[in-house]
Design a protein around this ligand. Sequence first.
Ligand SMILES: [Zn+2]
Length: 293
Amino acid sequence: MARSIGVVVTHYIWVGVVEDLRLSAVRMYPPPGQAPVDLKALPADEIVDCIRQEIAQITGGGPVECVGAGFPGIVRGGVIDESPNLGQLKGVPIQEKLACALAADGIHARVAALNHVDALAAGLAATRDSMESLIRVWYLGDGIGFGRYPRTESPWELGHSVVSLDPKERFCGCGGLGHLEGIMGNRAMRLRFLDMEPEEIFAEARNGDQRASDFVKRWHRALAAATATIVHAEGPGRFYIAGPNADFVNLEMLGRNLMEMVKMSSLQSTFFEVVPTSHDLALIGAAVSSRGR
Ligand SMILES: [Zn+2]
């Protein structure tokens, strides 16, 4: 049976072979145990070439039916319109470039490109035995991503939701003032604290440091505020939380903050759930999305 390939580009490049909604093989670049590579510094063509090589390795030249690839930012019609955290991808017709690169290797597969958190939402929809018709996911990493299933052509760049009117809140990678990512993103946390890595900030907060602890409260209130805006726009329900910084989330604090922000009784049935191993689900979702075109 022909196989589907899922690709997800975040802090790493992940490539997986998907058969019957399961991953039968996964590779990551850089490989585990090797020095990290800053993907921000890699030109777009090198990222495409890297994906091509990983796919060649993982398929061993065998048949591939379709390839779905998830990238951070706004992806429409196969083109990356915006990608604040991998700026070199802005404007790149990634679907066409990837299809050409694979064709040069003899892989004539259908290729689809989408936002990587939309891929994760599609993966949740495909693998969870759930009756939910709407899946919404926050992705907490270097940037703050938001994904939704079913996918629409709207940008849904809710990591850039305005959650503060303070003009000093200017740490978002996109340059916008008061943004969620300007509080929660890794770059923003480093700029705010200068002398601490994100994990150190959360560790210091647990140790009782006042400044760190005040910030951790603000970090949770920011996510609650952006969620409250979505709830007021399209209704309550479950919100999944994924990504490397999901480990920092205190679900009790987040839920309490949201309750303070959403008071209309018909909008109150919202809850949060952390998704472990989210890159696996994103790979499955990317592959599944490429089949549906
Ligand atoms: Zn922003």
